[in-house]
Ligand binder design. Sequence first.
Ligand code: MTE
Length: 319
Amino acid sequence: MLLKKSADIKSSEITPKNLYLNRRRFLAGTAIAGAAALAGLELGEAVSPSTVAHANTKIEGLQKSPFSTTEKITPYKDVTTYNNYYEFSTDKDGPSRLAGNFKTRPWNVTIDGLVQKKQVLDVDSIIKMAPAEERIYRHRCVEGWSIVVPWVGFSLSELIKRAQPTSKAKFVEFTTLLDMKQMPGQRRDVLQWPYVEGLRMDEAMHPLALLCFGMYGEALPNQDGAPLRLVVPWKYGFKSAKAIVRIRFTDSQPRNTWNISAPTEYGFYSNVNPNVDHPRWSQAKERRLGEFFKRPTLMFNGYDQVASLYSGMDLKKNF
Ligand code: MTE
């Protein structure tokens, strides 16, 4: 992002070099005992285990979502080999080359801050918390490329409701794993680590905000944010933190990594907005991975149902 001088992406850059899929098995249950001991509490009733990713990484029993677009889905190969994931690399094909052995089990997520149910949860117990849906979303990177992906997950609000935020909680902060042994990009100072993102509480509660653990009917590949990430489709891609280990509820606006790194370029809100240019390039158009011609970028990435969250706000100031 910061390193890119232009939104233009040559189609040659997009051509995948190698497809490194993480076919590692989901070690169902291995860590649950440990996490349950730590947690002592359950955020909610587990639903049918058929909604959980099993051995061959297929996720069964997916429900369809009314939020899905009918637009053409971007090829899996492009979505899994053209990634932004600075913990591994600043090259687009770096994460798919370097994240193959990334360990996503056991994996705990700390829920803390201004909530009644502070706890540490095993990621598999989070995945079981609510029925898994397939949501086909447009996803727009601040650099000017976009993808259409059948993500798998459920609304972040499902987890938030179970955590029972107190009335003082106004924001939610998401933190990515800090582990420079596994994530070679963290050995460099390109960003302040760990990667942190945040949403205002009403944004986080909006049903479109997706807590995501799969795509294309399977568990998330490591390079796309396994085992747990956000997908906030009306915001630029950098708001959608990958490999989440902590969800903290706060009364003040969290400082997000890209804003710390370049405050004049990356705001806290970062709603997709064709009328607000990035200081170094226009945001009026975008190129779908795998396509040649650019298309106009839509306000809120076409998700008009979120507009009311920002009524009365100056979205040029709050970029
Ligand atoms: N999350 C972490 N932890 N580290 C990152 O570098 N990059 C962000 C976002 N989440 C990033 C991250 C950016 S800039 C984008 S565009 C999306 O992830 C890309 O998601 P994708 O690689 O699955 O398309």
